[in-house]
Design a protein around this ligand. Structure first.
Ligand code: F6R
Ligand code: MG
Ligand code: MG
Length: 369
C-alpha cells in the first residue's frame, strides 16, 4: 500500500521562556488533528509530541507530499495552539507562523516539514527525529556517517545490498528563489558529499535514496526561517524521517553517530555552537537555552496505522552519552563568546554585534608613521 508519512513542526509558544509547550497547547493540537483530520478520514493516523519548545505533528495519509489539505490541517492546529499560548501568556506565541492566512503549502510559511511517499514494506520500521536549538545542517554529519561510513554502518561491509550505496540529494539553503539541489552518490562521490556537508549552514541533506531498490529512505527538513523572513525568528529546529532495516541501514546504525555529540549551531539565541545531546521524548531545554537536543522515536506502520513509538534514546547507554555530552557543553561554554564558541558574524541571529561594530568603526584611527 502506498502511504505518505508527514511531519510538520513549529514553535508556537512555550512556558517560562523557550522551554516547552504547555499541555493545553498539545491538547489543542491533538483535538484539531483528531476531529478535523482522523475522524473525517483525511488522515489515517497521527502522533503528536514535542522536543524543547517545538511541537511536531506526524501524520500518515494517502495524499502524497506537499498536499495542501494536510498542510492546512496542521497549520490550523498550530493556529489553535497559538491561541491557547496567547491565552496562557506563554512566550513566543505563534513565533514560527510567519503568515496569518494559509496558502497552499506550509513550506516557506515558517513550520519545518519532512515528508515522503512510500510503498509500505511488509514490515515498515521508521524513525522520527526532532531537534531543538539547532538548525537543519545538524543532521549532515550523522547522515553521512550512517550511510557512507562503515565505522557506524556495519551493513556497508556486511550487506551486499547496502554496499551498492545511496543517492544523496543536497540543498543549497542560501538560494531562496527556488530549490537549488545537487544529487551525488555513494560510494563513488563520498568526498564531494563531504565537501558540501562540512558547510552545515549552507548545504543540507534533503533526502537519501537506495541505489538498489530506488526507494526513498530519508526525508529531512531544510527550511531556514531567517532566509525567508529576512530577520531573526529563531533557529530552524529540524525534523527528519528515516526508514530502517533490511535493504536500508539498521535502526542502531542510524542511531550510532549520535553518540558523538558533535558541535552544531544553535544553543543560546541561536548564535552559539554546542554539542547535540540525544534526549528522551518530550524533553524540555534548559542550560544556556540548550544544549542543542535531539529526540528519536521508532515506529512501525501497517496500512498507515502507527504503533505506539519506542523511545530510542531512553536507555542506560544514552545516559552515559548524555553525561559526556554535558561535559563537552560545559567545556565550550567556558570560552563564552570567543572563537568557535559563538557563531561567525554571518550566522548571528541578533543584530547587537553588527550594530556595535558599526559604532566602533567610527572610532578607529589609522596611526601616522
Ligand atoms: C534559541 C532561543 C532562545 C532565545 C533567547 C532570547 O532558539 O529561542 O535562546 O533566543 O531565549 O529570546 P528573546 O530574544 O525572545 O528574549
Ligand atoms: Mg523558540
Ligand atoms: Mg525550538
Amino acid at each position: 500500500m502506498k502511504i505518505t508519512l508527514s511531519i510538520i513542526k513549529a514553535d508556537v509558544g512555550s512556558i517560562g521562556g523557550h522551554i516547552r509547550p504547555s499541555d493545553e497547547m498539545l491538547k489543542a493540537v491533538e483535538q484539531h488533528i483528531k476531529t478535523k483530520g482522523k475522524d473525517k478520514g483525511l488522515i489515517i493516523d497521527y502522533y503528536i509530541g514535542y522536543t524543547g519548545d517545538d511541537i511536531s505533528i506526524l501524520t500518515t495519509h494517502k495524499k502524497g507530499v506537499g498536499n495542501s489539505t494536510i498542510h492546512k490541517l496542521c497549520y490550523e492546529a498550530f493556529l489553535k495552539a497559538t491561541k491557547v499560548a496567547k491565552e496562557q501568556g506563554l512566550y513566543g506565541a505563534g513565533q514560527d507562523l510567519l503568515v496569518e492566512a494559509f496558502s497552499g503549502n506550509v513550506k516557506g510559511m515558517g513550520p519545518q516539514v519532512a515528508e515522503m511517499e512510500i510503498e509500505e514494506r511488509p514490515a515498515e520500521p521508521f524513525l522520527m527525529f526532532m531537534a531543538d536549538k539547532t538548525e537543519p545542517g545538524a543532521f549532515n554529519l550523522p547522515l553521512y556517517l550512517s550511510f557512507a561510513d562503515p565505522m557506524h554502518c556495519a551493513g556497508l561491509l556486511l550487506s551486499p545490498k547496502l554496499k551498492k550505496g545511496f543517492k544523496f540529494v543536497i540543498m543549497d539553503v542560501n538560494y531562496t528563489q527556488a530549490d537549488r539541489i545537487i544529487e551525488l552518490v555513494t560510494p563513488e562521490e563520498i568526498y564531494d558529499i563531504a565537501v558540501l556537508l562540512r558547510d552545515t549552514g549552507r548545504f543540507v541533506v534533503e533526502s537519501i535514496w537506495s541505489r538498489v531498490t530506488g526507494e526513498q529512505i530519508v526525508a529531512a527538513s531544510t527550511t531556514r526561517l531567517h532566509n525567508i523572513a529576512g530577520k531573526y525568528v529563531g533557529k530552524d529546529d529540524p525534523v527528519m524521517l528515516v526508514r530502517t532495516q533490511k535493504d536500508f541501514p539498521a535502526t542502531g546504525e542510524i542511531l550510532s553517530p549520535f553518540t558523538i555529540g558533535h558541535l552544531v549551531a544553535g544553543f543560546m539565541r541561536g548564535s552559539h555552537n554546542g554539542p547535540l545531546m540525544p534526549v528522551r521524548k518530550n524533553s524540555p531545554t534548559s542550560f544556556f537555552d540548550g544544549p542543542p537536543i535531539v529526540s528519536c522515536l521508532a515506529f512501525s506502520v501497517k496500512n498507515g496505522k502507527l504503533t505506539k513509538p519506542a523511545d530510542c534514546f531512553d536507555h542506560p547507554y544514552w545516559d552515559y552519552v548524555r553525561n559526556k555530552i554535558a561535559q563537552k557543553a560545559e567545556e565550550i561554554r567556558k570560552q563564552g563568546f570567543v572563537g568557535p564558541a559563538m557563531l561567525p558574524m554571518s550566522e548571528l541571529e541578533y543584530t547587537g554585534v553588527t550594530e556595535t561594530l558599526k559604532e566602533l568603526e567610527k572610532k578607529f584611527k589609522i596611526r601616522k608613521k
